[in-house]
Design a protein around this ligand. Structure first.
Ligand code: URA
Length: 431
């Protein structure tokens, strides 16, 4: 087999065989096929697409490019979750303990933030001492013992995705539906859960800018899951405004803890209940979604979800006092931003808010950037709220970086309208 023939075949819009895809991925993972040839292949795929069968074969070849996790020694139903990446998205910090507190096993490998989107690991590390590195055996032991562990993606798992994602990032080939689907699903299938809920973000802060594209991605991931005999639910959610009020690592952990205490923002709480209900239903603990939702609400009301979060923090060497004493979180200097005009807020561009927060230091411009956990933005108003000119629209928590540029982005992120607006969070479900 010859890699140039494979590139030409894809360039000309033909369908690749399972063997050709396997040859390409194996060769690339072992550094036999160089980046420049993989770049050409990725760009050909970006333009010509893939059939569902090719995407499945690509997913399986990527999944098999590294170790896979065998969760079979854990008794009980095992679940996982993935988000395609959002702004203010602290869902895992609430969803995972809420579901795990019911005895469902939540084995979660998470990522770091890049660009304008945040990452669960960075957020958890805002809690002093929290350790996100663990070997796989200890990870499995912890899930067995306390139903929950959240760690970084192991270097050994899905090696092809690590190399391909970094290359896609610098070759303009990230927003391709078959490439996103295979990237997400290869990681999730390698992680071994029985049921997976996928939060597919749609809007300005997301890879999928409109509902039609997002639906195609969701259906493709569901098909791949069906082939692999896993229960997949894709929930398509609005990213035309940040999720919740808080953006930035410490601020988001505080908001997640408030949500576990039953005092969270409406949209974040609703998303966690929706995603969680599908996992609870798949685990056969209940007969329908209404019962699942009631059970999850009870986990919050009774304090059991918060107690599970506390167990997680303790098990991973974090300082549990942070959960009960918000003032322990180090926060930047407060700077209030006022509305330049009156009206109903019709949009809060997630990309701009995420980018502003990243510039303040909450995220990374490149993989080696240092994070400032204390900075970020807390919205005072959400889409649909009415503001008068001069009223507070958000608070920025600043350090010593890029303050003027961030203020400009934040002001620019808000749009105002004379008409009332009713934002919609859950756009569709594919299951
Ligand atoms: N998230 C992933 O894991 N991979 C992609 O390609 C896009 C989002």
């Amino acid at each position: 087999m010859n890699v140039v023939d494979i590139i030409i075949k894809k360039r000309d819009g033909q369908t690749l065989t399972k063997e050709e895809i396997k040859y390409l991925i194996e060769g690339y993972t072992k550094d036999i096929i160089p980046d420049y040839q993989m770049s050409a292949f990725l760009m050909a795929t970006y333009f010509k697409g893939m059939t569902d069968e090719e995407t499945y074969n690509l997913t399986m070849a990527m999944k098999n490019s590294g170790k896979t996790i065998d969760l079979s020694r854990i008794q009980g139903f095992k679940v996982d979750k993935h988000s395609t990446g959002g702004v203010g998205d602290k869902t895992t910090l609430v969803l995972a303990p809420m579901v795990a507190s019911l005895g469902i096993k939540f084995a979660k490998m998470s990522g770091r933030g890049l660009g304008h989107t945040g990452g669960t690991l960075d957020k958890l590390e805002a809690i002093r001492g929290f350790n996100t590195k663990m070997d796989i055996e200890d990870f499995i032991d912890q899930v067995e013992n306390i139903n929950l562990a959240i760690i970084g993606q192991s270097e050994e798992i899905d090696k092809a995705d690590k190399k391909m994602y970094a290359l896609r990032d610098v070759t303009g080939t990230v927003p391709s539906i078959p490439l996103i689907a295979s990237s997400i699903m290869s990681k999730k299938l390698a992680a071994g859960a029985d049921a997976i809920v996928l939060d597919v973000k749609v809007g300005s802060g997301a890879f999928m800018k409109n509902l039609e594209e997002a639906k195609k991605l969701a259906e493709l991931m569901k098909n791949i899951g069906d082939y692999a005999k896993k229960k997949i639910t894709c929930v398509l959610t609005n990213m035309d405004e940040p999720l919740g009020y808080a953006i930035g690592n410490s601020l988001e952990v505080i908001e997640a803890i408030d949500t576990l205490n039953g005092r969270g923002p409406k949209d974040l709480t609703e998303l966690c209940l929706t995603l969680g209900s599908y996992l609870v239903l798949d685990s056969n603990l209940v007969k329908n979604l209404e019962e699942a939702r009631a059970l999850l609400l009870e986990q919050i009301r009774s304090g059991k979800a918060l107690a599970t979060f506390s167990e997680l923090v303790k098990a991973q060497d974090g300082n549990v006092d942070y959960i009960y004493h918000k003032e322990l979180f180090d926060l930047g200097e407060e700077l209030i931003i006022y509305a330049p005009e009156s009206g109903y807020i019709s949009r809060i561009d997630s990309y701009k808010i995420g980018h502003a927060s990243m510039l303040l230091g909450s995220g990374r411009e490149n993989l080696d950037s240092e994070i400032d956990y204390s900075v970020g933005i807390v919205l005072s108003k959400k889409v649909g709220d009415y503001v008068n000119k001069g009223e507070e629209i958000c608070k920025m928590y600043i350090g010593d970086k890029n303050v003027d540029e961030a203020i400009e982005l934040v002001l620019d992120a808000y749009s105002y309208s004379e008409n009332e607006i009713e934002p919609k969070l859950i756009l569709d479900v594919v299951r």
